[in-house]
Design a protein around this ligand. Sequence first.
Ligand code: SF4
Length: 420
Amino acid sequence: MSISLPILMLPIAAQRYSCHGCGNCCRDFTVQLREADLAKLRAQDWETKLAMPVTVEFRATTYLRQREDGACVFLMDDGLCRIHKEYGFAEKPIACQMFPFVLVPDDVRTHVGISFACQSVRENKGAELRTHIREVDRMSQSVPETRAATYSAMLADAMSAKEGELDALRMTLDRLLAREDLVMRDRFDGLAWIAANLGRAKLVEVRANRFRELVMVLASAVPAELEHLPLEAALTKQMRLLRQAVYARLEDVQVNKAKAKGRWRTVLAQFLASRAFTRGAGPVPSVARDLLEGCDFAAISAIPTLSESADREAIDALLSRYARATLLGNRAWGAGYYGWSAVRGLQAMVLNIACTAWLARALAAKRGHPTATIDDVRDALGRIDRHAGRAPWLGSVGERLRLEFFRLDDGLRRITRESI
Ligand code: SF4
């Protein structure tokens, strides 16, 4: 008999959330449907009422259909959901009910993380998270795999985590991210430095208590140790790969369009756009429904780092809250991030933060801001976290190779400092 894991709500007292009905999560999101969702949609008889198909099949998976503009077919002009309006919240597909909560089991509990793709989460608006626990518990009953201990946590590749190691890593990094005596650049540089060091360390010789000590020693060396490890600017190749990583995180595959276009034409079009984006010269090619339309790569490079923004305190608070929520919500590794080990997942989290910082500067350039504002960073983070842990291509071999490359020549640190 399988035992349902206990639920642990994201333990960040300052984080809040309530749905404010902006409808953003119903645009440009691919919503995958389960058999129970399909049964509900059939019983609600939408295909007759709307006189069109409401689902689409792609590679043996069924999704909610999107309109030409990327909005879900059920999204109404007032930003509300038609299913919700006519049948109530609990009759929507389970993925829609769950958002922005992300349930990630490990071998002893189910962590409830939260997605920063949600505007209310980014703006920290609404009720305390603990007030949602009963509803999350109810919803999780429809997704039994989120309450089952099916995943064995890994510390590094081919190395299972011993009891307490991942909690020690999470808690130590959380304390680092909450330190008020550090400036934003040192905090994230320190995170990148620790992630890179853990990637280089022979962890097989440093297990259990010794691993805990290692992580604590590394964290306590920030920022003093960093002063002795000054960095040159990021290498051209590193910046190219950073832009490639940003492109991969912005790529929006609209299932009905990809299906109509055909697999190979879709792949070729993405390859060409990715190559132009990676090159980073001239006008920015079309990406994510022209998110950066009219923007030039030279203008993006001219935008100062986030640390030079007048909004740097608010930006620091947002990025630190995001990183803490990702770690404590178990979204950085394991079942929350493509089954990756903690070390590799930590490196991916640093890359996601560097991508957010680059994209925020790009949005500032497009909007004519002299430096990135808190709104630029909020919007960038919303785009980057939308795909993190969800889009299959970010868990691919190509993404692993990108991270391997950033392990060379202080790559993770350099791309982090370059934008933050
Ligand atoms: S079904 Fe409703 S909640 Fe889900 S994406 Fe569509 S409009 Fe949004």
